[in-house]
Design a protein around this ligand. Structure first.
Ligand code: SF4
Ligand code: MG
Length: 315
């Protein structure tokens, strides 16, 4: 609720004011138990920072993070421990996120040790069971990350995330570093695991078709702001925000279900800097519909249809 994560980047040029990188700026959304919320947007829009702040890898600047009715945003590390177990993260880069000097067994047992789960013998059972769940063999337990392919490494990362039997898993672009040929396998596996283990997902991606495939609902971020959120089908068929329309129009494949792009809604120019963003609508510099008010007044998220919110002065 109203989550903010600002990074202090020192002082503004020729000024005493701090230069603030507003990576996440007043973002609110809810994820229901058992569902998958997709989060999309160009790289640098704040998706990963939102995820890392929710799971408290970053401290939030402001706002609440409510997990099972408890605001965990201000809990001390000691009070946080029991909640940490409920939330796990699968990282984008399976090469960087696994310690190359640890065996698979040690990698997966690390969270079990941190949370003091099981005896040595029980932990080995848990590990073998997890390896089986993610499509690896128990013989793999004594091997090292470099002995595996990219897809297999991501399977190890998934096994590690699921070791403590979490409720909520953040998947931060879990397949974008993988070969296209194995992306679908990993996504299908994540879906099977969700069903089997009753998981709730926050699924981050820049590939809209992938997010639509896996998510019940979809949120669109732009420069630290959530600009639209609705059921995935709804976003796909009736996108409302000019930025969402532009994102959909840039999907390079032919999907007959996607809304037909309106003439030339294309994303021109680069994402502006989230450092000291301008007042008003952050998309104004790239929006072909921008009006006077857009540069002065920030559009707030409002309901524009059933469970469909968007932030734009046009709507
Ligand atoms: Fe474009 Fe204005 Fe809507 Fe922003 S508020 S998306 S600038 S029309
Ligand atoms: Mg990211």
């Amino acid at each position: 609720h109203n989550l903010k994560k600002y990074f202090n980047m020192g002082k503004k040029l020729f000024s005493k004011e701090p230069a603030l990188l507003k990576a996440v700026d007043d973002v609110s959304f809810t994820i229901k138990k058992g569902e998958t919320l997709g989060l999309v947007g160009e790289s640098g829009c704040g998706k990963s920072t939102t995820a890392r702040t929710i799971i408290r890898l970053h401290e939030s600047t402001e706002g609440k993070i409510i997990l099972d009715g408890v605001d965990i945003s201000k809990l001390k590390e000691s009070e946080l421990k029991s909640h940490r177990k409920k939330m796990q993260m699968i990282f984008q880069d399976p090469y960087a996120s696994l310690n190359s000097r640890m065996t698979v067994k040690d990698i997966i047992s690390e969270p079990l040790l941190v949370h003091q789960i099981g005896s040595k013998h029980e932990r080995m059972d848990i590990i073998e069971n997890l390896l089986h769940k993610v499509g690896l063999k128990k013989e793999h337990a004594t091997r090292y990350p470099h002995e595996f392919s990219g897809g297999q490494r991501q399977r190890i990362g998934i096994a590690r995330a699921l070791a403590v039997n979490p409720d909520f898993v953040i998947c931060d672009e879990p397949i974008s570093a993988l070969d296209v040929s194995i992306q679908a396998q990993v996504v299908n596996m994540l879906q099977d695991l969700q069903e089997e283990m009753g998981l709730t997902y926050l699924f981050i991606a820049h590939d809209l078709s992938m997010v639509k495939y896996i998510s019940n609902r979809m949120g669109v971020m732009y420069l630290g702001k959530l600009v639209e959120i609705a059921d995935s089908e709804e976003v796909y068929k009736h996108p409302a925000h000019p930025y969402t329309k532009a994102l959909l129009a840039s999907v390079p494949f032919l999907d007959p279900q996607a809304a037909k792009p309106e003439e030339d809604i294309l994303l021109d120019g680069d994402l502006p800097s989230p450092l000291n963003p301008p007042p008003g609508c952050r998309f104004a510099s790239r929006c072909k519909y921008a009006m006077d008010i857009c540069k002065k007044e920030e559009p707030l998220l409002k309901e524009i249809g059933t469970n469909h919110l968007a932030a734009c002065h046009l709507l």
